[in-house]
Write a protein that binds this ligand. Sequence first.
Ligand code: C5P
Length: 230
Amino acid sequence: MANFHVIIPAAGSGSRMAADLPKQYLPLAGRPMIAWTLEPFLSCERISSVHIALSPDDSHWQAHAPHHPKLSILHCGGLSRAETVLNVLKGLHVEQSDWVLVHDAARPGLTPQLLNYLLDELQDDAVGGLLATPVADTLKRADAKNRVASTEPREGLWQAQTPQMFRYGILKEALIQAGEPPTDEAQAIEALGFSPKLVIGQLRNFKVTYPQDLALAEAMIAAYHQEARK
Ligand code: C5P
């Protein structure tokens, strides 16, 4: 049976957060954000290994993040997220058919239930896929002055989340062949002619991007743990 491996690319600058620390180390509900991000994978028995890819000059890891026998720390960040992920894949010695889940460091809201749902939905799929949510808001296209140029139809549009889950061999091939760095793994798989499956995600798995997102993430984590303790 194919094993499941996880890659967390965490080598971005997080410039939109405008903080002194890289955003994955910012405190959130009493722990660094990265500790929340890692937890569902480290505690899931179906996951064989977890690999976090840091920037080569990241000196914060030791002070902020957990140790775990399943977790390997790699200082192999590249110039783009795709390059960072490919650097990890090149050093992974796993079966071509093993599954690789790529998950953003700044999505601390993934729950064990949502992770298991994704694994269940995709483990027998020919291609793989990703968590995503159908677009709920009306979409406006802006002109250069941030005035509305047009209203765009939202039918059939989804917002991509992570984890994105593909077979090791196909994902590596897709990222090697990608020209302009794709913004996510699915885009590279699409360029090979495959159609990744959209697995319905949850709002709580949003990407913490701006300073005001921290309070929302903290509230959701606190509410989830309060509910779990009942
Ligand atoms: O910049 P963005 O929020 O899209 O980054 C998504 C994920 O990719 C983050 O976890 C970030 O740390 C990671 N990343 C990376 N290497 C880069 C750029 C982004 O690992 N060169």
